[in-house]
Design a protein around this ligand. Sequence first.
Ligand code: SF4
Length: 337
Amino acid sequence: MEYVDLLMNWYPGHHRDLPWRNTRDPYAIWVSEIMLQQTRVAAVIPYYERFLKELPDVSALAAVSDDRLLLLWQGLGYYSRAKNLKKAAGIVCERFSGRMPDRYETLLTLPGIGSYTAGAIASIAYGERVPAVDGNVLRVYARLTNDPSDVADPKVKTRVFDALSAVMPNDPGMFNQAFMELGATVCVPNGQPLCGDCPLKDVCKARAAGTAGLLPNKVPKKPRTIEDRTVFALYEWGAPLLLKRPDKGLLGGLYELPNVPGMLSTAEAAAWLTARGLHPLGDLMRYTAKHVFTHIEWHMRVYAADVAGEGVKDFIRSDGSQSIPTAFAVCLADRSV
Ligand code: SF4
C-alpha cells in the first residue's frame, strides 16, 4: 500500500520528541496512553514524568495508597482512569507475576484497557501486528479514503481496524505512532488539515475531492444533562469543611464541599445548616458557579459562610497542612466564586 510507505518514511523525521516515544517499556506506554485519553499532550507531560518517577513499575503502582494515587492524578480529571490503572496493576502482579501481558487479547482483559490502548501497548512495546485505532486514526483514515461514514459508529471503527490490520508493515509500533502523529500534527481536526505539509497529499482521496475539511462525519452527540445543585462553602476559622464522596460512582473517593440536589433558597439553606448543628457567624453569602463533566453539567448555587456549632465534627477540616484530592476546587482557593 503506497500510503503505508509514505507514512513510514515521514515519521522518523517529523514526530514530536515526547517522553513516551523514547521507550518500549509497556508500563510507561500504558501510563502515557491512559493519561492522554481526553487530555492534551502538553498537560500530560509533567504528570507522566512525576508519576513514573514516583511509581516506576507495575508493582509500585499496585502498592500505592489511593490517596497518594489521586494526588498524583489531581488536575488530570477523569479519576476512574487512575483507579483502573491501579486495579489493573494489581491483576498484573497477581496473575502475570508483575509483567505486563504481551498479547493484545490478554491486555484487553485488564480494567481500563480498551482496543486502542491494548493495540498501542502490544504494537509499540512488543511489536505485535495489531492496529491502535483512536480518534486521530479514524479521522486520518476517513479523509484518506474519503469515507463519509459516521466515525462514532463502532462498526466503522471495526472496519478501520480490519483495514489497517491487512496492511500492517514490519514495524507495527512505528506505523501506529505515525498514524496518530499525522492526525495530531498535520491531519488535524475541526476542518483544518494542513494538506500542504502532508506526506499523503498525493494519495489522499478527500484532498482530491475537496472534502477534507468536511470529514470525518460525526452525528451530533446528545446534549449534556443539566443538574441543579446547592453547594455549601463552609469555613471554620478560615478552614474549608469537606466531606468524602462514596468510593463508587462519579468522582468516587474524592473530597468535596457538602452539596445537595436542587437550588435551595437562602431560608432553606439556613435550615439545612441548622439541621446539621451548624450556625453561620454572619451573613450567608450566595454565589453561582458551573462545573462541566462529560455528560452532566452542574449548575450550582453556592452558599458561603463561616460557621460554628457541634456539627463541625461531622466534616473533614482542611487546614491546608495536607493536600486533599478534591472533587472540585470551587471556593477552596478563593471565596469569591
Ligand atoms: Fe489529511 Fe490533507 Fe493529508 Fe489527506 S492530504 S491525510 S486530508 S492532511
